[in-house]
Write a protein of this length. Structure first.
Length: 684
């Protein structure tokens, strides 16, 4: 039998629908179109079925005990007489509850799988749909299959549209057209845009739906009337946006304007003389002299209710932040430090020696309510908020921060203007700079110690549009190297050799913990997925598998793919698989010094992290990075991408690829132009 049978468990019986085909090499095959599972009816089948891992809390040992106790009635006992499970050694009340809950979920998945397959959807997505909607899954799909495209990972508009067609929804149905318009706007936001011009919405939505413009225009008008989209006429044309993004920029501009209005509460002469004396005393007490740009940044931080400090590597941002914290604490101010991600907040802690939190922890995200606890009615308890890595903050998160900032508090924003923009929509740092409405200090002087590092010097060369200085041989010493190769397979081989052998041998670094591969893309021979498979096989070939697919193994370096607020792990967090418990169907991953136990359901959101995308590395820093950079990545070869990758390396950067690719990357500086309004709103 051939086909999509990913949900099949050992020991199950199947009833299949499909077609017999004659294969040239393998002979007669049955090509499966759909299937339903039937309960196993032998002792061996029941034991294999329950021990396959499909029911959390039941491993092979416990499955054997159950069958030994209840025989052919085992499945009926679990289904109808759940209390009797306690008669089996090792099953207490808690484990019994977990087994029965998992069994109920499995039964629910089986039922919805039959329904979904009858409407043209692969069985592989049944578990995802059930996880999102539970017992309401079939009802949701019947009433509005287009919800799946917006709410279930991996199910795009095309798949939802196929289901709708099976349900008999017409191509020009208003429900379909409105869903298509919303999907198009969501796709635009995934590219960073916060609005789209009206003619483009009409044209591109029509192309997506393969229908004329008239029903699209009618759908857009209906969506506006229902407040599902916002339409506004501005100088550049008629703009269309999703309300949450439109409102986020309006609210951010309003709150930033309020902060700016607090300027001038003390006479400028008195303010300047007092601040200058404070900084003089700080320098004398600490035996240091701030550079002119650094001093200006520190003084502005003490004077201004809102300030942006920006600068590249080696320009002394950390020195400025430490000085500002010290002076504010001397004044008796309550200072909070925060950054967008766990790794960025830990870097801030290490640099300042003070507690720093992620923005989600600072704002106290509530998984139950799906919202932040801290807001305008229950603000953050601080006098000054210092926010690092501002380039990573998207429009929605920035709005949440500003709403939770106390009315009379000050805000100091710190970031690097040349980093990649946020993964989420918007470009907060770039817009604030472009507005020229917010006081800003740009640090440009590279200090002596940093000037000795080719990593720092080359990052600045790339930022200026110049090729980095290239050193050829890793074994010669230094901290930045380029190995010129043009064949993708040869580059991939060299990446693996560099990570597994040459860097550990020359620099004494742990290949599984200290060396990070950063690729411009996810797909292709030099993409994240292919490199992770090769690196796993080289670095951890004998690790105990975490699941039947051997996707993850004990000892693997892994990353979290999306926020999991229940487990307190967030998109981009990197850890190591440290324990696999087959009986409990649990995998333990250690992030820094914290262990997190994953269920089979949660582990789907974890992937290998020997290699990761450059975008996902934002806010992180690694002892060594290896960067494959090839014309195969042509669409992604941009200056800020290369700059971001280089600045992730603390001790060592190795670029492997063609000089031609480097030239393209350094020369291309306008690849990510986002449609946003914050700069215009602030400058108005």
């Amino acid at each position: 039998m051939v086909g999509h049978l990913s949900a099949v468990q050992p020991g199950e019986r199947l009833r299949l629908r499909g077609t017999w085909k004659a294969h040239a090499k393998f002979g007669e095959q049955f090509e499966v179109e759909s299937f339903v599972t039937l309960a196993p009816n032998t002792l061996d089948g029941i034991e294999r079925y329950l021990g396959s891992g499909m029911v959390r809390g039941l491993g092979k040992v416990m499955a054997h005990r159950l069958v030994e106790k209840f025989g052919l009635d085992t499945l009926d006992v679990i289904d109808r007489q759940g209390d009797r499970l306690s008669e089996v050694e090792g099953i207490g009340p808690k484990r019994r509850g977990r087994i029965l809950a998992a069994w109920s979920e499995h039964r629910g998945i089986s039922e919805i799988m039959v329904f979904l397959q009858s409407h043209g959807i692969s069985s592989a997505y049944a578990a995802r749909i059930f996880r999102r909607y539970g017992a309401r899954s079939a009802e949701v799909v019947r009433q509005d299959p287009y919800r799946l495209a917006l709410e279930v990972p991996g199910i795009g508009f095309r798949m939802a549209d196929d289901i709708a067609r099976h349900l008999g929804i017409a191509a020009d149905s208003p429900r379909r057209v409105m869903a298509g318009v919303l999907y198009f706007l969501e796709r635009e936001s995934e590219s960073g845009h916060l609005y789209t011009l009206h003619p483009q919405v009409i044209e591109q939505s029509g192309v997506l739906l393969d229908i004329p413009s008239q029903p699209v225009e009618e759908a857009v008008a209906t969506l506006e009337g229902d407040r599902q989209i916002v339409i506004d006429d501005e100088p550049e044309g008629r703009l269309v946006a999703l309300p949450e993004y439109w409102d986020a920029e309006m609210a951010a501009a309003h709150r930033l304007t309020e902060l700016l209005a607090q300027r001038g509460s003390v006479s400028s002469v008195e303010r300047d003389s007092t601040v200058a004396a404070e900084v003089d005393a700080f320098e004398q007490a600490n035996g240091l002299q701030l550079a002119p740009e650094q001093r200006k940044a520190v003084e502005c931080s003490l004077r201004e209710p809102l300030l942006l400090i920006t600068g590249g590597p080696g320009t002394g941002k950390t020195t400025v932040v430490n000085a500002v914290i010290s002076l504010l604490e001397t004044r008796g101010k309550r200072v909070e430090l925060a950054a967008p991600t766990g790794r960025a907040s830990r870097r801030l802690e290490e640099a300042t020696g003070r507690s720093a939190r992620t923005l989600h922890r600072l704002l106290e995200y509530s998984p139950r309510d799906g919202a932040f606890v801290r807001n305008a009615q229950f603000p953050i308890e601080c006098d000054v908020l210092i926010l690092d890595e501002v380039s990573m903050i998207d429009a929605l998160l920035f709005r949440a921060v500003l709403e939770a900032l106390p009315k009379n508090a000050s805000l100091v924003l710190v970031g690097d203007r040349d980093q990649l923009p946020s993964v989420g929509p918007g470009q907060v740092l770039a817009d604030i700079l472009a507005s020229r409405a917010v006081p800003c200090v740009t640090l440009t002087e590279i200090f002596r110690q940093s000037r000795e590092s080719l990593i720092v010097l080359n990052a600045h060369r790339v930022q200026r549009g110049e090729l980095p200085e290239l050193t050829q041989h890793v074994d010669e010493g230094g901290d930045f190297f380029h190995i010129d190769r043009s064949d993708p397979d040869e580059i991939a081989d060299l990446v693996v050799e560099m990570v597994a052998e040459r860097i550990p041998r020359r620099f004494g670094l742990d290949p599984r913990r200290d060396v990070q591969v950063l690729s411009p893309m996810r797909r292709g021979r030099l993409g994240v997925r292919a490199l992770n498979e090769r690196l796993q096989e080289k670095l951890n070939p004998d690790g105990v598998p975490c699941d039947e697919q051997r996707r993850l193994r004990l000892g693997d370096r892994v990353t979290q793919l999306r926020n999991n607020y229940d487990l307190h792990v967030y998109n981009g967090d990197i850890g190591v698989v440290t324990k696999v418990d087959s009986d409990e169907d649990r995998v333990t991953i250690t992030f820094e010094d914290r262990e997190v136990a994953y269920s089979a359901r949660d582990i789907d959101d974890v992937a290998l992290a020997y290699a990761t995308s450059i975008h996902k590395s934002q806010g992180s820093e690694f002892p060594a990075v290896v960067i494959p950079f090839h014309t195969e990545h042509f669409v992604m070869l941009q200056r800020n991408l290369l700059y971001t990758a280089i600045t992730r390396g603390r001790q060592l950067v190795v670029v492997i690829g063609s000089k031609r690719a480097l030239e393209i990357g350094v020369r291309t500086s306008d690849g990510d132009v986002r449609r946003t309004r914050l700069a215009r709103l602030l400058g108005a």
